[in-house]
Design a protein around this ligand. Structure first.
Ligand SMILES: *[C@@H]1O[C@H](CO)[C@@H](O)[C@H](O)[C@H]1NC(C)=O
Length: 584
């Protein structure tokens, strides 16, 4: 059932996140074996659409035994499969140009290659953890006739510093035209050169400081920071006004200045004290969302901090491993927050709530991935659904996430499950009065996301570009700053929104606060349309589905996170202001 090996990897990962069985020392003696791993191949315009290198009819070298293999769980999940190239490479031993294999182009393999060349396929290889990219081939036009060529010679220039590999350059040479029944030989050549690059700096050449200009980041952060100051000021003013109990009652009519008029009727919110702590509608879904939101927030924060401390781009797939590990490990938080909230709202069907909480996100993520894989299979027969990975994910859900969520839920219901609202809830719900259109929850929800989105959209551009194009994201310090700013802005905006809503004597603030914060993600999703049409060159049903599917997942996670943070902040605010209300 469960693929024991993958599960084992997962467990090993949880015990020793940084240990790797091989290539981990990066120290080579003269003539030690150096392994060239063939990884993936895929269109240049979508970095995330990748297939196994040997899904194209390339051939392998002659060497068939190597001393070590490796595969980590997250690589398997991402569809990165490392296959040994069969090329003989030894440390500091030059190899002159040499044929290593030959293929005969059948009709089918010719078609596959032409498809790849037409779509600007690139392939990726790894040597000593350094990624190497190469082009499959290129089209050439001659008198209006397009013919397709494939590169057959790989020239490796490998730089070494002492006993370590610090630089690899690949040059593709020797174009051969793709015609049916041609015999194509592939050759390679290795030149070792002394290099002065330090081992610690060997990844620097993959980073692009011109693209990730610090100036832009600082500018964006400065902008958002101004917004934060303004919003925090606004919220403290609201708090001061509401907590300054009776003063305004006496001086109300005479001294109501413009600002007060704008902020609405002072006493509107007090009228709904008997309803404001009425449980949210759809309490089960609501508490499941809040539980999941706590979990996602912790995962995002941990991953960013991990990325600042380590340099994740030097390790294949380590970010995803950490994210999955932290996600599984923080399931009790989900259970505790969701279960506790559900119990406080008087929910009784807690097992159903817990299952919803535990499986909602994994199911949506897997469902989307499955759907996209399905389209992929339809378009390219080569891509198979990674069933092994699916099994592993299922196993993790059932044997790790579910029990941990159960523990969290039980703790949450017992420790944090007693209703503790500062005001009693009236037996009969108060009718919600008519109000102006811009006080309707739907309008508030839609407006709520604008400012939080404004504080992150510049960073979003960099994040999108590093995800979809060939840029490596490395300015995680900025990401952390932006994350913190986003949280503050979200909380402030949600509090202001809720204050307006309550002043309009509408007590349905739980969903409104959650959704008005979550609508940030709606704007991010809209922004992703702009990004798709103006910044990427993806096309076709498959790439479109791929892009929008994964962007929807990203936005959903962001929405749940912002929504939860907004709700939690607002909840504190609402409790604070109503704790001062004296009920006559
Ligand atoms: C690889 O290419 C870069 C840029 O062209 C060059 O500076 C470097 O010396 C090359 N490395 C090797 C080992 O040839």
């Amino acid at each position: 059932m469960c693929r024991a090996r993958l599960l084992f990897h997962f467990l090993a990962l949880s015990l020793l996140p940084f240990a790797r069985p091989d290539e981990h020392t990066h120290i080579y003696e003269d003539n030690d074996e150096v392994v060239l791993w063939m990884s993936t191949v895929g269109p240049y315009h979508n970095r995330q659409e990748t297939y196994s290198y040997y899904s194209l009819p390339f051939c392998m070298g002659t060497k068939d035994v190597i001393n070590h293999y490796h595969e980590t769980f997250s690589e398997a999940l991402q569809g990165i499969e490392l296959k040994f190239s069969g090329l003989e490479i030894e440390f500091k031993a030059d190899i002159a140009k040499m044929d290593y294999c030959q293929i005969k182009l059948t009709e089918e393999s010719e078609k596959a290659f032409i498809y790849a060349v037409k779509n600007q396929y690139w392939y990726k290889m790894y040597m000593d953890d350094l990624p190497i990219w190469g082009v499959v081939g290129e089209p050439e036009e001659n008198n209006g006739v397009v013919s397709y060529y494939i590169w057959t010679h790989k020239k490796f220039d490998i730089g070494y510093n002492g006993k370590q590999i610090v630089d690899v350059n690949l040059t593709s040479e020797n174009k051969v035209k793709l015609v049916q029944d041609a015999a194509i030989s592939f050759s390679y050549e290795v030149n070792w050169k002394k290099s002065n690059v330090k081992f610690e700096d060997r990844f620097d050449k993959y980073l692009d400081p011109n693209f990730f200009q610090h100036r832009i980041h600082w500018f964006s952060i400065f902008n958002s920071f101004m917004m934060v100051i303004f919003l925090v000021g606004l919220v403290s003013m609201i708090l001061m006004r509401t907590l300054r109990k009776d003063y305004a009652r006496y001086s109300r009519d005479e001294e109501m200045d413009d600002m007060e008029r704008d902020l609405g009727d002072e006493y509107g919110w007090k009228q709904v004290h008997g309803d404001v702590f009425r449980p949210a509608s759809h309490a089960m879904l609501f508490s499941a969302l809040i539980g999941a939101g706590y979990q996602v927030t912790v995962v995002v924060l941990s991953v960013i901090i991990f990325a600042i401390l380590g340099e994740p781009y030097t390790e294949r797939g380590s970010m995803l491993s950490i994210a999955i590990f932290v996600y599984a490990a923080t399931s009790p938080i989900n259970g505790y927050a969701g279960g506790g909230l559900y119990a406080r709202m008087g929910g009784r069907i807690w097992i159903k709530q817990m299952i919803l909480s535990a499986f909602m996100l994994p199911l949506i993520v897997c469902g989307t991935a499955f759907f996209i894989n399905f389209i992929a299979m339809y378009y390219h027969a080569s891509r198979a659904i990674p069933f092994g990975s699916m099994e592993t994910v299922t196993c993790i859900c059932i044997f790790v996430i579910l029990p941990l969520t159960l523990v969290g839920t039980i703790l949450g219901r017992n420790l944090a499950g007693t209703p503790d609202a500062p005001c009693r809830v009236n037996a009969v719900p108060r009718p919600i009065p008519e109000k102006k259109w811009f006080m309707e929850p739907l309008v508030i929800i839609m407006l709520g996301g604008i400012l939080p989105f404004g504080s992150i959209f510049i960073e979003m551009y960099f994040i999108f570009t590093s995800f979809w194009a060939y840029k490596i994201y490395y300015v995680y310090g900025f990401m952390l700053l932006v994350f913190v700013i986003l949280m503050i802005v979200t909380v402030c905006v949600t509090i202001v929104c809720t204050y307006f809503l309550l002043n309009a004597e509408d007590y349905r603030w739980q969903w409104t606060s959650f959704l008005s914060a979550a609508s940030t993600a709606g704007y991010v999703y809209i922004y992703s349309f702009y990004y798709f049409f103006f910044k990427t060159k993806m096309y076709g049903l498959f790439q479109t589905a791929f892009y929008f599917g994964y962007m929807a997942l990203f936005s959903l996670a962001l929405g749940i996170m912002c929504g939860t943070v907004g709700y939690v902040g607002t909840n504190a605010f609402v409790r604070k202001i109503y704790s001062t209300v004296k009920i006559d």
